[in-house]
Write a protein that binds this ligand. Sequence first.
Ligand SMILES: [Zn+2]
Length: 886
Amino acid sequence: MQRTLISLAVMLALTSTLSASAQAAAAKPAASASTQITTQLPRNAVPSHYAVSLVPDAAQRSFSASVTIALDVVQASDSLTLHAADLSFRSAAISAGPGQTVLAADNISIDAKKQTVTLHFPRTLAKGGYQLKLDYDGKISTQASGLFSLDYENGGAKKRALYTQFENSDARAMIPSWDEPAYKATFTLEATIPAGQMAVSNMPVSSTSTLADGRQLVRFATSPKMSTYLLFFAMGEFDRASKVVDGTELGIITQKGMVSQGQFALDSSVAVLKEYNDYFGVKYPLPKLDNIGAPGSSQSFSAMENWGAIFTFENAILLDPRIATQDDQQTSFLVAAHEMAHQWFGDLVTMAWWDDLWLNEGFASWMESRTTHRLHPEWQWPLRAVDTREQAMGQDALATTHPVVQKIDTVEQASQAFDSITYQKGEAVIRMLEDYVGEQAWRSGVRNYMAKHKYGNTVSDDLWRAVEQAAHKPVTAIAHDFTLQPGVPMIRVAAASCSKGQTRVSLTQEEFSKDQPDKKPLRWRVPVIAQTVGGAPVRTLVSNGKASVTLPGCGAVLVNAGQTGYYRTLYAPQAFASLASQFRQLPTIDQLGLLGDSRALGMAGQMPASSALDLASNAAVDAAPQVWNSIAGVLLNLHGLYEGKPDQQAALDRYGRQRLAPVLAHIGWQAGAGESTAVANLRESLVVALGAMGDDSVTAEARRRFAAVGHDARALPPELRRPILGVLAENADATTWEQLHKAAQDEPTPMIKAELYGLLGMAKDAQLARRALELALADEGGVTTSAAIVGHVSGNHPDMAYDYSIAHYAEFEKKVDASARSRYFARLGGRSSDPAMIDKLRAYAGKYLAPQAQGDTNMAIAAIQYRIKVRTTRLPDIDAWLAKHQ
Ligand SMILES: [Zn+2]
C-alpha cells in the first residue's frame, strides 16, 4: 500500500514534527518460521479455494453474494468460525464433496465486535475435505474499505463506479473468509454487472455471457494462491489501454475518456516490469497486471498492490496536461514502482502476520527508490534518502515509538502499523544493510528468498538468513539491532587529531531521544562510513558503544559520509565548526545530512538550536536545489514553531526572506528550457515558503498571475499552479476565497475539483477557515474530499479543525475510511501547540478508541509536548542568533 501523499507545503511544515506509537521493547529474537503464526480464528480448519459469485446493486449500495469455500477440517469439530463484517447470512451448508450429504448449519451466530461468524452444525465434522456454501448480503461503503462506491461527474453526467480495498482486514466485508495473510487460497470470482460496464479483477476475464435481463455475467480465471487482502474487484464505465511485455499484458484502466492521461504510468510500468523480472529472478507470475485509476481519495492510502490489479487514486497516477507537473510524473512513477515491487514482495511472498508488515512496506519503499534512480537517474533520487531518514527519525526519537518488527494483536493495531517506522525506517535500514553487504550479495539474497518462499509466508529472519548466506557477512545481528529495538542511535564524534597525514578520531555510540534526555542508551552495532573532507572513505562497525578510526588525510572529519547510515551524528563543537566552514565543499547528499542532523540535534538541545541556521548562512545562492529545498523546510518549520509569537516570527520571516528571495530571483519564475525536476520543485518550495513568510513581491506576483488567467494562458503554467493557488488561498480575503470556491464548484474534472476544494481549507483567515469546515461537513466537494479539507484547515488552525470535527464526530467519522479513523482525528489535534489539546486528545481516545487503537493519539500527544518544549526552551537561542544576523 502507498500511504496517502500529502502536499509539498504540508510536507515541508511537517518534516520534523512526525512521531509514533507503542512501547519501547527490549531486543529479542524474532519469531522463527516454525513458531505458530498469530491468528484470531480457531485453528480447526484451513481454506484452499473460494468460488465467489457477486451481484452488486450499485444504486442501492448493497450486494448479494454466495461463496463456496473448499476447506480442510484439521481438527474434528461441530463448528467453524471465519471472518465476516457487516454481512447478513441467508444460509450456510457444508458437504464432504459433490454427491455427499449436505449438512445445513443449525445456528449462525455473528460477533460484530470480533468481526466473525460462527456456524454450528448438528453433527461433528470429522477431519477431511469439505465444501462450505454460504449465501449472504452485504453493504457497499462510501469510503475506501471493503466493497465501496465512488461518485463522480463524467461528461456532465453523474456516475458511480465500484472498487474494493481489503488491506488490512476488510475482505471480510465482501466475503466471509479466513481473512488473515497466512491463510492463502486460490479464488475464482464471477460477478453480474450492468450492460455497458466493465468488470476488473486480479485475473483476466475467462468468459462473459449476457443474461435474459440484459445484464452480463463475467467470470474471471482462477487466481494463484494468495492472501485474502490482495483480492480485487471493480466495475464501472471504464476505458482500458494495454501493452504486452515479457509475455505479461500490462493495462491501465480509468474512467471514460481519461485513459490517455495514464499513458505515462503505462510506459513506466513497462520499464519497471522488465527491471523487476530481472532483479527478483522470478518472472511476474500472472498473465496480466492492470493499474486501475479511480477518482476520489482516502485518508489512509494512495494506492494498493492487489495482485494483478493495482488500485491507484487518480491524483497519484494520471497526468492531466492542464495541471501535471514534473513532480506529478515522479509521483506517478514512484507509486507504480512501489505497488509493482509488492507484486513480488507482499503478493508472491507475504508476511505471515502483521508483526512483519515492514517486510512488505519497507522493502517496497526501498525498491521504489532504487528503481526510480535506475530508470530515471536525472531525478537524482538518492538525494531523497535524507528526507526518508528524517521522516522516520522524527517519529523514532520519541518515547512513543516502536520497533520495526512489532507485536500486533488486533485489526486496529494492524491499521496503525502503516506508519513512518514501517515505511521510512524500514527503507532506511534496508539501504544501510544493502550498503553494508554490497549490492550483488543483497540481490542474490533477495533472489534466493523469492525462489524459496514463493506463494508462501515468511518472517523477517527468513530474509536475513537468505542475505547472510549470500553475503557471508553477519548481517542478522545488525538487522536485529535495528528492527527489534526501537529508537535512533547517535554517534558522538570527538575532536580529531592529525599526524603524519592521518586523522584519528574516536566515536561513541549513544542514543538520540527528543523527549527522554536522560535515557540509558540502547546498544546497536552501527555500520559507519567516515572520511576527511575530500579524503577516501573508511568503513567501521561501531559495536559495544565505541570505536576509533584512522582516516587518510587531514582536515574536517565527516561521519556518515554518503548518508546511508540510520543514526544521528553529533560532532564536538570545533569539529562541527570546521565542517560548517567547508559546507560548500561537501557532496550534496552530505550537505543534506548535515542540515538534517543539526536541525534535529539543535531542537533536542544537543547542539545550539541555531546550528542549522549557521549552515543556511554558509550555503551559496547557486547551491544544489535540494539543499535550498531543505533550507526552505528548516525555515518554514521554524516559522510554524513561532506561531502565536508575532514579533519573533517577524524576525525569523525577515531572515527567511533575505535568504530565500535571492534564490528565487536566481532561478526565476519562468521555467528554463530543459530545466531539472529538482529546480522545478525548488521553485514550488520557494514560492510556498516565501508566501508563508509574508514576502510581498511573491504574494503580489501570485495575485497578478491569478488575475491574468482569463487573458494570459502562460500566467498559471502547471508547474506554478499549485504554489500560486496555495499562496493565494493561504492569504485569501473573502473575495479571493469566493473566487476559488466558485472555481471549485464549476470544475467538472474530479481530480482538479478535489484539489480546489482542498485549497479552501488553507486560509489563514479564521472566518474563512470556518466556512471551509462547514463545506466539509456538508460534503459539498464530495464525500471523499471532506476529510482532506479539514486536514488542510488543521495546517493553520489545528485547534479549530480538531474541535469542529469532534463536535460533529458522528458525521466526520463517516467521511474517513475505517482504517484511518484512529489516526485522522489524532493528527488534526497533533498539530496544535496548545497544552489544552493534550487533555482533549485523551478525552477523545477514552471515549472513542479501544486501548489498542490509541497509539496514534499517544504519538500526537508526544508531538505536542515536544513542540511546547521546543517553543519554550529552544526558540530563545534562535531569537539571539537572529538578532545577531539581521
Ligand atoms: Zn506499500
